[in-house]
Each structure stands twice: as structure tokens, then as C-alpha cells.
Design a protein around this ligand. Structure first.
Ligand SMILES: *Cc1c(COP(=O)(O)O)cnc(C)c1O
Length: 406
């Protein structure tokens, strides 16, 4: 039997798709490494990797091989059964981190939803029903379910859907005094990104991280690190917290974990995990063998001293190229971030223009991202060839040149 193939193009999107996205004009049809090709066979250099997802580039041969092999062995069994890839992946994740136990989900929001539900249940189990306050940070992003979007620090994403989950408060990122003034014995958990991605590439200071940990300890609150974007080598460590002196109680991982195949994980200690007892939470697809077999190869590949050292080296190349670009065009007020999660903030003069530059770059054959209205965001594959970095920067320079002279 063959499919009844119909020709489709970008314009069909507006007819057949719900209008919550506004995809670019080009429609990609294949990828290899850090390059993509569209329907017209135009080539693009990919500084986006989805949104910090395709961490080993497109169609990374060992992942293709694993997918093919596992697809002929076992796709899915439900969580009434366990499976070998899930157990192997969980073992590798716990061996590599502070954590002792793992819950698998399919997306960052789902992992965060699990983390928040676990924190609330843990507080209830140990301290009674008054301890329900969750504190998170302005401009933080934790996903699009109603709980996670409410914990996220942008009301633009959470307003307009009726009554929100309660007992959630926000303070400014890196403002320890503001956080301290909100905390009490009723604080159940703090949720934060070690480096805010969507919110504009803002790194938490060491001092802040240490202070947050101390406040959590003082008030018996759980510290949840949302490493959905920062995890799996993105910042040059397997997880960003490993570059600090601070350990979380719960950590969530998604995006890069499947390198393009949907999978997420919530990691925690055995003591805390006890509160997610049989029946308290679940997921139909979470931890399925297809996803876990792929993530296992991703973790094996990324959790390697040489690989992570390369990410840090590529980060320097990237930052230097952005600095050189700025010497030429003087459009960035700041270039920041860690590893290959980088942001370039536009100067006062060019406020609000990040999307314009992103679209012009695409016309030159370069995919980049934005983080808010004023920050260009770069999240290429962690194994992007140095040549592709240089070639992409030339395209970015060209796009900026044309834009400035228009
Ligand atoms: C992308 C992201 C999420 C949401 O992940 P989904 O897979 O889209 O649900 C949550 N937290 C952070 C920090 C993210 O960057």
C-alpha cells in the first residue's frame, strides 16, 4: 500500500494548521549535520538546531542507526511494563548526576509538570497542606501546560485561560534579597533555569545560586532546576549546575536529551521520589523504548570529557566571531551566555529588531533564533563543524550589512 501523496507548501499552513505559530517562509525538507535544505533545495546553515534541540546535528548517523535498529525491535510497551532502554538510560542519567531516580516524560513542560507536582506532594507528605508556595522568576520559561506557564515568569503566556493554579509567586532573577523577602516555612519549592534561555540569555550568578540553595535549605523548600534548555551539554557541562557548587533537589531535562526525538526526564533523589508513589502520576508514552534508546546514545555521546571540551572551544570561536562582527557593525550592547547557548543583545538604537535580523539571516541562508525582542539567540548543534560556524557568521554579517544599508 502506498500513501496518497499530495503536494504541500508553506501557504497550506494558514489553511490547515491552528494559527498559534507563524512559521518562516522556507519549508525545510532534509538536513545533515548543521545544514538544512528547503523545498527549492536552498541550503541553510543551522545556528538554531530546532530550539536548542538537535544537539548532534541533523540525521547524526549513530542516532539514525539506533532509531532503525530499535524500530525493528520494540517501539512501545506502556508503563504497565518496563523496558531495557529506559532502565539503561535512567542508570546513565543517575550515574552522571546528583540524582538517584528518574521519571520519563515526552516534553519539557511535562517534565516540569511532574517536578512541580512532586514538590507539592513532597511538601504535603512531610510538612502538611500549608506548604504550597512555589516561587519562580520573572522572564523564566518552564513550558506551556497551565501549571508550567503559570510558574513561568511571563503573564503574556498565562493570561486569558481562566483561573490559574494558585500559590505561585515571581521575583526578579538574580535578586536574592527579593527572593528572601518572599520565603517562609510555607515555601514548597523554587523553580529556576540556571541560565534563562527564552527570557533573554541571562546567566544566574554563582552567588545567587548559592544563596538560593541556602534559602531552600533554611525553609525546607525544594530547589528545582529547569535544565530543559541548558542540559545535555548545552553549556559545556552535561548539566549547567555541574559548573557550580550547587545541587538541585529536582532537575528536568528535555530538548537536547532526544536530539530531535521527543523525550524528557525528571531527575531527583530517592528520598524525594518516594512522594510519587504508585498511581500518583504517569504518562502513556513516557520512557518508551524508542525514545530511550535514542537518548541513551545522546547521553553516551555528550557525556564525554572530549566532547564537552569541544563545546567549550566552539563557544569561544562563536563568541569571538560575534565580537568581531560587532567591531564591524556596532549593533550589540552585550554578547553573553555559556557553551553554545549564546545571546547577542542589540544596542538601544536597534531595540525590537531581533526578529527582523532573524528573518534577514534566513534570506541569506542562516537560521538563528531570538530570545525576546532585543536578543539574537544562537543554539547550534554541539558538534557544529568550525567551518560551519565561520560560514554562518559570514552570512550573518552579510544580512546585517544589507539591513544597515537599506
Ligand atoms: C523549551 C523549554 C521548556 C518547554 O519544553 P517543551 O518541550 O516545549 O514542553 C521548558 N523549560 C525551558 C527552560 C525551556 O527552554
Amino acid at each position: 500500500m502506498t500513501n496518497n501523496v499530495i503536494g504541500v507548501s508553506r501557504k497550506d499552513f494558514d489553511t490547515v494548521m491552528v494559527p498559534n505559530y507563524a512559521p518562516a517562509a522556507m519549508l525545510p525538507v532534509r538536513g545533515q549535520g548543521s545544514r538544512l535544505w528547503d523545498q527549492e533545495d536552498n541550503e541553510y546553515i543551522d545556528f538554531a538546531a530546532g530550539i536548542a534541540v538537535s544537539c548532534l546535528g541533523h540525521c547524526y548517523p549513530p542516532l539514525v542507526e539506533t532509531l532503525q535498529k530499535q524500530s525493528q525491535q520494540l517501539w512501545h510497551v506502556s508503563n504497565l511494563l518496563t523496558n531495557e532502554p529506559a532502565l539503561r538510560l535512567a542508570t546513565k542519567l543517575t550515574d552522571a548526576t546528583f540524582a538517584e531516580q528518574v521519571f520519563f516524560a515526552n516534553s519539557g513542560a511535562e517534565a516540569n509538570e511532574a517536578a512541580l507536582k512532586l514538590a507539592r506532594r513532597y511538601a504535603l507528605d512531610h510538612f502538611g497542606n500549608k506548604k504550597d508556595q512555589i516561587i519562580a522568576f520573572n522572564q523564566g520559561f518552564h513550558g506551556r501546560t497551565f501549571f508550567t506557564v503559570t510558574v513561568g515568569g511571563q503573564t503574556a503566556y498565562s493570561d486569558g485561560f481562566g483561573p490559574k493554579p494558585g500559590a505561585i509567586k515571581h521575583v526578579d532573577f538574580n535578586d536574592l534579597a527579593a527572593l528572601e523577602s518572599l520565603m517562609s516555612d510555607n515555601t514548597c519549592a523554587i523553580m529556576m533555569e540556571p541560565l534563562q534561555g527564552e527570557g533573554g540569555i541571562h546567566v544566574a550568578s554563582q552567588q545567587f545560586m548559592i544563596g538560593v540553595r541556602a534559602l531552600c535549605d533554611k525553609y525546607n523548600a525544594l530547589l528545582i532546576f529547569d535544565e530543559v534548555q541548558t542540559g545535555v551539554g548545552r553549556t559545556g557541562n552535561l548539566y549547567a549546575y555541574q559548573n557550580t557548587d550547587v545541587k538541585p533537589d529536582i532537575l528536568t531535562s528535555a530538548k537536547g536529551l532526544g536530539a530531535g526525538f521527543p523525550i524528557a526526564a525528571m531527575l531527583t533523589t530517592a528520598r524525594i521520589a518516594k512522594s510519587l508513589s504508585v498511581g500518583t502520576h504517569g504518562s502513556t508514552y513516557g520512557g518508551n523504548p524508542l525514545a530511550c534508546s535514542i537518548a541513551e546514545v545522546v547521553v553516551d555521546t555528550v557525556n564525554d570529557t572530549g566532547f564537552l571540551a569541544d563545546v567549550k572551544a566552539k563557544s569561544v570561536i562563536f563568541k569571538n566571531a560575534l565580537t568581531a562582527l560587532n567591531h564591524q557593525h556596532a549593533i550589540f550592547a552585550d554578547i553573553r551566555g555559556e557553551g553554545l547557548l549564546l545571546g547577542a543583545e542589540l544596542t538601544e538604537q536597534y531595540q525590537g529588531q531581533a526578529i527582523t535580523i532573524m528573518n534577514l539571516a534566513a534570506k541569506e541562508g542562516l537560521l538563528i533564533l531570538v530570545a525576546g525582542a532585543n536578543v539574537l539567540r544562537f543554539t547550534p548543534a554541539l558538534n557544529i563543524p568550525d567551518n560551519d560556524i565561520h560560514a554562518g557568521m559570514q552570512k550573518l554579517s552579510l544580512a546585517i550589512e544589507k539591513w544597515l544599508s537599506a
